[in-house]
Design a protein around this ligand. Structure first.
Ligand SMILES: [Fe+2]
Length: 228
């Protein structure tokens, strides 16, 4: 009799590490892509309400894109298959989504890691936090562009995305340069994907980026975004 490997995945497990360090990893080796996407939804439903991504879908599959065929306002247009810089998901919304959930359908070859960085570890002084909280910058989003600050009132979240934030004065330039310098000097964590992995990221606390990818790597991640 053939032995069938049955992958059991516990999506009801406690999410303690999410509160402790701002991200949570769920591994379920041997899960096929349908099961991974299903689990992604279960975790998402535990955390809050789904919000649509830039393309308007509540559930997306993302793949590294060369600059030519990327969404016109995505980071991929500027960076293509190079490393994608650290950013807050949906920075171009007035209130970026609280959680970002990624599920690995295919790690791709060559594989690209997802980089994670808690902005609270960037060592901002109270003067620097004041600069980030008190300096207006332009958030570019076509007709819906608006002014906001990098740090939300009381430090609730950090809005950072070099693809859509623009300084409007000297203080804004200082604020953006400050973040850039701190990120460049930081030691982020790299998550190397295996099929079936699910990463839950507190988007208000942990910036994410991607290491360089190759053309036609086959890397595919399912993504859902959650408001809470
Ligand atoms: Fe992103």
């Amino acid at each position: 009799m053939a032995a069938h490997k049955i992958a059991v995945s516990d999506t009801g497990q406690p999410l303690g590490p999410l509160a402790e360090r701002g991200w949570f990893l769920h591994c379920s080796e041997g899960m096929d892509s349908d099961a991974t996407v299903k689990d992604l939804g279960k975790f998402g439903d535990r955390l809050g309400t789904r919000v649509a991504g830039r393309a308007g879908a509540l559930e997306e599959v993302i793949e590294p894109h060369g600059a030519d065929n990327a969404h016109p306002r995505s980071l991929s247009v500027r960076y293509g298959l190079d490393a994608l810089p650290f950013h807050t998901e949906l920075s171009h919304r007035t209130r970026p989504c609280r959680y970002l959930l990624l599920g690995c359908i295919d790690p791709g070859s060559p594989a690209a890691a997802t980089m994670l960085l808690d902005w609270r570890t960037l060592g901002f002084s109270s003067e620097e936090l004041d600069l980030l909280e008190g300096t207006p910058v332009l958030v570019r989003s076509g007709r819906r562009s608006f002014y906001s600050t990098i740090l939300a009132p009381g430090g609730a979240f950090l809005r950072y995305d070099p693809g859509c934030l623009e300084a409007v004065d000297q203080r804004g330039r200082m604020a953006l340069a400050l973040i850039e310098d701190r990120i460049a000097a930081a030691s982020p964590q790299a998550h190397h994907w295996r099929q079936g992995d699910i990463l839950i990221i507190d988007n208000w606390r942990v910036l994410h980026g991607r290491s360089p990818s190759g053309p036609g790597s086959g890397r595919r991640l399912a993504r859902i975004l959650i408001d809470a």
